[in-house]
Design a protein around this ligand. Structure first.
Ligand SMILES: [Zn+2]
Length: 323
């Protein structure tokens, strides 16, 4: 029940009822409604700038979690890098040294990617820095892995080569000599058995009865099996590759021919006393790059440390060679 309003009419000197038209009432109501709606809209708009909606809250949490996971991944990349650095260190200081290869410089191992900006499409976002840094880390890690893998390939081929070298170069005694009693004279200055003059003896003499088997001391190819060289009598030369040649002199008989391939331990001939020789024995020489070197260092395949010392003692005695 709305209040009835009056006004004072000075002409009729009486109170008269205010008559309000229905249309006017409707107009006021509409203005009020529109005003409220506008105010409400503005209020919500302003409030939304400061107050988060539940959906925004969820997205924000999602983003924070993604950033956190990125940081955790970066830490894991760092750990992987540390492990790889350790492998690289061992590679440089053990494997590559063992196989006589130059170490790979750090700059080469850790080189990033120069030239064009690979990360341009990642720029311009709030998290660009985090994403670009992470990408760089992973790229450097990948590059390091590729460098390491190539290095290991190289080591594998060097190891195979080394294996071939190890079976090729002389490493055993040319005659069976378990007691080492056959070591007669070593490499160095010795008395000549014929002239008694002190002169260089370029090999090692193993005294043994005529017909004692002589063995190839490493894999190779027989390059000579003849008596054409002065003093050596019937002799054999084996080319082992890598610059190594072994020579077996004063033989009684051959068991191989020129150009024949031999393996370490193959029976190649028999001890004799042909050529410039005082008594049946094997004169054994090793050449490296055409220079004669001391064979004493080439028995590691068959001697213990103790036996080696004993042989060193025998070989260094300044006695008379058998030539
Ligand atoms: Zn000799």
């Amino acid at each position: 029940m709305s209040k009835v309003k009056y006004y004072y009419d000075s002409e009729s000197l009486s109170y008269r009822k205010i008559e309000r038209k229905k249309r006017t009432t409707f107009k006021y109501a509409l203005i009020f409604l529109l005003g409220s709606a506008l105010f409400g809209f503005i209020f919500v708009f302003i409030a939304s700038q400061y107050v988060e909606s539940p959906k925004e809250k969820a997205l924000k949490r999602e983003l924070q979690n993604a950033q956190l996971q990125f940081e955790i991944l970066n830490k894991k990349v760092d750990e992987a890098q540390a492990v790889l650095a350790n492998v690289a260190d061992r590679d440089n200081n053990i494997y590559r040294v063992y196989f006589e290869a130059n170490p790979i410089p750090d700059e080469q191992r850790k080189a990033g990617f120069g030239g064009i900006n690979r990360y341009k499409n990642l720029e311009g976002y709030d998290n660009s820095k985090l994403i670009i840094e992470s990408n760089k880390r992973v790229d450097v890690l990948l590059k390091q892995i590729v460098v390491q893998s190539k290095s290991l390939d190289e080591i594998v081929s060097l190891a195979e080569e080394k294996e071939k070298l190890l079976v090729a170069i002389p490493a055993i005694q040319p005659v069976s000599n378990e007691e080492l009693s056959r070591m007669a004279s070593g490499y160095g200055v010795r008395s000549d058995p014929f002239t008694k003059v002190r002169k260089m003896h370029w090999g090692m003499d193993f005294s043994a009865p005529r017909g004692t088997p002589v063995y190839a001391t490493g894999d190779g190819v027989v390059v000579r099996a003849d008596a054409g060289a002065t003093g050596y009598g019937k002799h054999i030369r084996i080319d082992h590759g890598y610059g190594y040649t072994s020579l077996y002199g004063h033989l009684y008989k051959y068991n191989v021919r020129r150009n024949q391939k031999v393996k370490r331990g193959d029976l190649i001939g028999f001890v004799g006393s042909t050529g410039r020789s005082q008594a049946p024995h094997l004169h054994y020489e090793i050449f490296k790059d055409k220079q004669r070197i001391n064979p004493i260092n080439f028995y590691y395949g068959s001697l213990t440390a103790e036996e080696y010392n004993k042989m060193l003692e025998h070989a260094s005695l300044e006695n008379q060679s058998l030539d």
